[in-house]
Design a protein around this ligand. Structure first.
Ligand code: UGA
Length: 390
């Protein structure tokens, strides 16, 4: 910490803000780092302290206060015995500024997203800090590292601290809502006999809607959406506002996580004693992350109902929950299964030849929880194919 603070003009706070049991963000790590920075500031050299962590609105000001606390604690510790105790009035308050600079990268494409951002958001009130941040981001703004260098410069949006903090929550909450929305449409499609894949395509071509994050499936998970939507609901509650739409976004998602279970029950009726093979466990492809993965909710419920549950995932090689059997190949997974349930849309599963799998299964039933497989081909190979909302 001492070396980092001594040599840096810009200091990023990029620690986790995991959810507490009540959905509120746990700010202990931010607090420790902010105080620590304060304890190591010399009070002379100017520094920009950038908050990259996703934090409740108002945290930028709180971080500033903690840094000042840290500076004060350090000074008080250094006061010779008998001398006057330093107080906050004596602190060189202008020796640093706090900027909020939310991150929008996705797991699995973090480096790409960092160098090819859609926008850079900088929240704060200091022109000096803003100029330093512009200088820092200039190569990225000018697309020096971008895959497509002909794209126009990256927009840099300057806002106040609180708005930058809110942009992060609002963007994630919107994307989660977009997914819950299409999942709800998918469930209606199932009932009326429409195909959500075609519906999403038709909706997405409207530039106001856009086609991304409109893939129906067994719900969103991971370390960001669940935590951030809950935190925003919690922040609203603190101000006496019931965030009904966001609560519905969460409720739809909780139900959606069990959509495969519902479909398996419709097909197989009693699940006790049946063998179910899960294709994929991680919350999305190209990551090893199992945090808040829909697969775990599904596996737990299947086990609770007495099913035998096996899984194959290209990355996960040890069972994340008791009772779940991890297999070493899709072929191995298929052996003796009453159904396969595709949970994560890994490329490997989209390219797989399913015919040899069918021969090993007790019955060739496949539930495609991400609508990513070739339905016609599977049906031609004798599979009973069931998607989400199609
Ligand atoms: C998300 C945001 O996309 C990033 O912009 C943000 O910076 C990040 O959270 C964060 O706050 O740090 P990430 O959690 O890595 O990124 O994953 P996403 O690609 O957004 O997927 C989240 C979940 O939504 C996954 O479970 C995925 O399967 C699901 N999803 C996504 C759908 O069900 N349908 C879709 O159309 C898209």
């Amino acid at each position: 910490m001492a070396a980092g603070v001594a040599h840096a003009e810009v200091i990023f706070i990029a620690v986790g803000t995991p959810p507490l049991p009540n959905g509120e963000a746990d700010m202990r790590f931010v607090e420790a780092v902010a105080r620590g920075i304060g304890e190591h500031l010399d009070g002379e050299t100017y520094r920009v302290i950038v908050n990259k962590s996703t934090v409740p609105i108002g945290s930028g000001d709180w971080v500033r206060m903690l840094i000042l606390d840290g500076m004060l604690a350090r000074r008080q510790a250094l006061v010779p015995v008998g001398a006057a105790i330093a107080d906050s009035e004596d602190l060189p308050q202008g020796c640093f500024d706090v900027v909020s600079n939310p991150e929008f990268l996705r797991e699995g494409t973090a480096i790409y997203d960092t160098f090819n951002p859609d926008r850079i958001v900088l929240g704060g009130s200091s022109d000096r800090a803003f100029a330093k941040m512009q200088e820092l981001y200039e190569p990225i703004v000018q697309r020096q590292f971008a895959v497509d260098r002909d794209r126009p410069p990256v927009p840099v949006l300057r806002t106040d601290l609180g708005s930058a903090e809110m942009i992060k929550y609002a963007a994630n909450a919107f994307l989660a809502t977009k997914i819950s929305f299409i999942n709800e449409v998918a469930n209606i499609c199932d009932r009326v006999g429409a195909d959500v894949v075609q519906v999403a395509k038709g909706m997405g071509l409207d530039a106001r809607i856009g086609s991304r994050f409109l893939n129906a499936g067994l719900g969103w998970g991971g370390s960001c959406f669940p935590k951030d939507v809950s935190a925003l609901v919690h922040i609203a509650q603190d101000y006496g506002y019931p965030a009904a739409l966001l609560e519905a976004t969460i409720a739809v998602n909780q139900r959606q996580r069990l959509i495969l279970l519902e479909k398996l029950q419709q097909e197989l009726k009693i699940l006790k004693g049946k063998t179910i093979g899960l294709l994929g466990l991680t919350f999305k492809p190209d990551t090893d992350d199992l945090r808040d993965a829909p697969s775990l909710t599904l596996a737990e419920q299947l086990l609770r109902l007495g099913a035998k549950v096996k899984a194959y995932d290209p990355i996960v090689k040890t069972a994340p929950i008791a009772g779940l059997e991890i297999t070493t190949s899709p072929l191995d997974l298929a052996s003796g299964c009453d159904a396969l349930a595709l949970v994560t849309e890994w490329q490997e599963f989209q390219e797989l030849d399913y015919l040899p799998l069918a021969a090993r299964m007790r019955r060739p039933l496949i539930i495609d929880g991400r609508n990513c497989l070739d339905r016609d081909r599977l049906q031609m190979q004798g599979f009973r194919y069931i998607g989400i909302g199609r």
